[in-house]
Design a protein around this ligand. Structure first.
Ligand code: SF4
Length: 455
């Protein structure tokens, strides 16, 4: 039996088609309709048929061939040991701006993994460069309708892209995106802007060529390169300052006006960080259209402010919450870049609720270096050190974005419990939305104890 086909079944949903057919955890899936299965996409594609011949090797080594008739797309009820069923494709590039190359030693191992896997792009929204994709891989994406796909472009100038990515396979991104788009795949793209390298005229050219593939190429984000203090021996890159950020904002906003007129969509969006660094007012909520680039830090502030306003307004008719008069004193630890916005919102809450006191503490990122100002890259160590003498009150609120997706652990390995112990206060995680922001500040639990909060 070839290695590709040895896929161990981890779980069988009770009452599912697979369960009724006698398939059990620990059995091996060999083939479906005579085809070997390389990963989850093969599996999904093949099981979308109505009539299946499923070959299984039982735990005792016996081979079973099971005929199944089912509805199209009906799930068999099988789970596998690894989500993708084979190892993620790792990155073979050497980007001059790679954030992973600028991480200090001693962080948790998974942080250093460089993936460049289109399946993860489809499943989790990761960005891929397409440098490790051949024609047949692109055909597979099209065949399996792995849409939308997120692609890191940076520049469409072939020579410049090969240089920026440190890959001789980096030059043909535009033709690859064109092939995907022609095959019905929707593609979101990002440009990590490096000062003096892919900005200015190069940026104009990239936006012009990418937007020419609209609507298949559905959005472009322009984000500033992240530079930590751990760049020894790496390519010298200059951070964006106030004036350079203002130029980027101006340049891209001109493109937005032009594209809005010509194509009825802005298509290209500017990361919040550029607005914050340039001290130019952020766009209105509606200017982000359907927020296609939130995961790249585009429109996060506008969205949070809108959610905050809407949730606060919903209180107007709720006398229980309007009458909220609990004595409450809490603190928020936040990145420098969004400090002003967070403070503006907490000031409004303090004005509204007389007995509420919210201390907002901007935390300097000593771990990665002070050029890194976003909240999501703050570590437990920096928060613990900088707040050890601060007056925190009843509890400290931190953003969910600082923690690992599936575990209450910071990037430096500090745990939430460790932070709480070191500061001697309760630490509460706030989800990234306006409703939870208000709920956690007011202490929804205590609110519910005193009043009945409208759900
Ligand atoms: S594609 Fe570039 S930036 Fe991304 S992980 Fe690989 S080297 Fe780093």
């Amino acid at each position: 039996m070839n290695k590709e086909s040895r896929i161990t079944i981890q779980n069988v949903e009770a009452g599912s088609i697979a369960d009724e057919a006698g398939i059990e955890p620990g059995d091996i899936l060999v083939s479906i309709n005579g085809e070997k299965i390389k990963d989850i996409f093969d599996y999904r594609y093949l099981t979308s048929e109505e009539a299946l011949t499923v070959c299984i090797q039982k735990k005792d080594g016996e081979d079973w061939e099971i005929e199944i008739d089912k509805d199209q797309y009906e799930d068999l009820g099988l789970d596998f040991e690894e989500a993708l069923m084979d190892a993620s494709k790792s990155c073979t590039n050497k980007c001059i701006f790679c954030f992973i190359d600028q991480l200090p030693k001693g962080m948790r191992e998974t942080v250093y993994f460089k993936d460049d896997d289109s399946r993860l792009s489809y499943l989790s929204g990761n960005y891929v460069t397409l440098t490790n994709m051949k024609d047949e891989d692109l055909d597979r994406i099209i065949r399996y309708k792995m849409s939308p796909l997120n692609v890191s472009v940076h520049t469409t100038n072939p020579e410049l892209r090969r240089f920026m990515l440190g890959s001789r396979f980096g030059g043909d991104v535009l033709s690859k995106i064109r092939k995907l788009v022609d095959g019905g795949i929707s593609v979101n793209t990002q440009i990590v802007l490096c000062r003096g390298i892919n900005d200015g005229n190069e940026l104009d050219m990239t936006i012009s060529e990418l937007s020419g593939l609209f609507p298949g190429m559905s959005s472009i984000s322009v984000v500033p390169v992240g530079l930590t203090r751990w760049r020894e021996g790496l390519y010298k890159l200059k951070p964006f300052d106030k004036a350079a950020s203002a130029e980027v904002v101006q340049q891209v906003e001109n493109w937005q006006k032009k594209l809005l007129e010509e194509k009825e969509s802005r298509i290209v969006y500017i990361a919040d960080e550029f607005y914050i660094m340039s001290e130019i007012d952020l766009p209105e909520y509606t200017d982000y259209e359907d927020f296609p680039q939130l995961e790249n830090g585009v429109g996060l502030v506008a969205l949070l402010k809108r959610e905050f306003e809407e949730y606060l307004e919903s209180f107007e008719s709720d006398s229980a919450v309007s009458l909220f008069d609990a004595q409450r004193n809490v603190s928020i630890a936040t990145g420098i870049s969004v400090y002003n916005f967070i403070k503006e919102m907490t000031d409004r809450l303090e004005k509204r609720y007389n007995k509420l006191k919210v201390n907002v503490y901007p935390i300097i990122n000593d771990f990665f270096g002070e050029n890194v100002t976003v909240t999501g890259l703050l570590t437990g160590t920096d928060i613990a050190q900088q707040l050890k003498k601060a007056s925190i009150g009843q509890e400290l609120l931190i953003s969910r974005s600082m923690l690992k997706a599936d575990e209450e652990i910071f990037l430096d390995g500090f745990t939430l419990a460790g932070l709480s112990e070191s500061l001697g206060v309760k630490v509460t995680v706030v989800e990234n939305n306006g409703e939870d922001f208000i709920n956690k500040i007011l202490g929804k639990e205590s609110l519910q104890g005193r009043f009945k909060l409208k759900e």
